[in-house]
Design a binder for this molecule. Structure first.
Ligand SMILES: Nc1ncnc2c1ncn2[C@@H]1O[C@H](COP(=O)(O)OP(=O)(O)O)[C@@H](O)[C@H]1O
Ligand SMILES: [Mg+2]
Length: 260
């Protein structure tokens, strides 16, 4: 059974072995073992997308859980340079070297398969998923690249790194809040009624709930990135958490602009 949102900070674990790279996605995540004897998909802080992708993963997984969707458990995983020593692949070596320290671990769902259109999805779940993706501006749930897994006959949402694109160029909250959503590109939009679930879902997200979810993001990933200068970026982690909260609440309040 998946964990209901409980507001605790993420567990910290340490990587003990690099098993295999996952080459379907663009960010070269890897399956790794950790000192809690768990197996995880690790998303690296040194990947091209930068730590913002990891921030979006944590926040949107927290929102998904609070909305009642299934998404794998997350942890923060410490990766040491030695873990790459026996890896023959240069690209993997470089990525791990660039990622020494804290990374994001996603609980590996063994035996899960990628979503295919023949799988029957409950209308309430489809509506909730499409609503969440529209709220967070997720562009990564297309027919070609669904980022949905079937595991134990249930639908699991993964890969939220492309959500919350406003953090790549902080600016006017309205431009994010009011941006339309491209429903035509969403694999489940034909089976969903996001407008029908809006009131009930929006009521689950107030300042306190968002603050608790944002507390899961490590401070280090909320600092301005010197290699990607943005004069409008929040200057410190506390300001960043408030900004994420305000952008998300502003988009909820502007739902008439993006709801379908
Ligand atoms: N928790 C998981 N359990 C099992 N397989 C996973 C899990 N997370 C990701 N995968 C597999 O790895 C692939 C890449 O992961 P994803 O999170 O989508 O990264 P990317 O950002 O590279 O697209 C997925 O398409 C899926 O096949
Ligand atoms: Mg993906």
């Amino acid at each position: 059974m998946w964990r209901h949102y409980s507001g605790r900070v993420l567990p910290r674990i340490t990587a003990t072995a690099y098993l295999t790279p996952l080459r379907e996605g663009g960010s070269l995540p890897a399956i790794m073992e950790a000192d809690d004897l768990g197996t995880y998909v690790v998303k690296f802080s040194g990947a091209g997308q930068g730590t913002k992708a990891l921030v979006a993963e944590i926040i949107v997984a927290g929102l998904a859980r609070r909305a009642g969707l299934r998404t794998p458990e997350l942890a923060l995983i410490d990766v040491a340079a030695e873990i790459a020593r026996t890896e023959p692949d240069d690209e993997v070596q470089r990525l791990i070297t660039a990622s020494v320290g804290t990374n994001l671990a996603v609980d590996f769902l063994p035996g899960s398969i990628g979503f295919d259109r023949g799988f029957p999805v409950d209308r309430a779940i489809a509506s909730t998923l499409v609503w969440l993706d529209a709220w967070t501006a997720n562009v990564d749930r297309s027919l070609r690249n669904t980022n949905l897994l079937i595991w134990h006959r249930e639908l699991w949402a993964i890969d939220h790194g492309a959500c919350l694109r406003f953090h790549h160029a902080w600016g006017r909250p309205e431009s994010f809040a009011e941006a339309p959503y491209n429903y035509g590109d969403h694999v489940l939009s034909g089976r969903a009624d996001p407008r029908g679930v809006h009131d009930q879902l929006a009521a689950r997200f107030d300042e306190a709930v968002l603050d608790a979810i944002l507390a899961d993001v490590p401070d280090a990933w909320l600092l301005p990135e010197p290699e990607r200068p943005d004069p409008a970026a929040p200057p410190d982690p506390a300001a960043a958490r408030i900004a994420y909260r305000d952008y998300l609440l502003a988009r909820l309040a502007a739902a008439d602009r993006w709801l379908r």
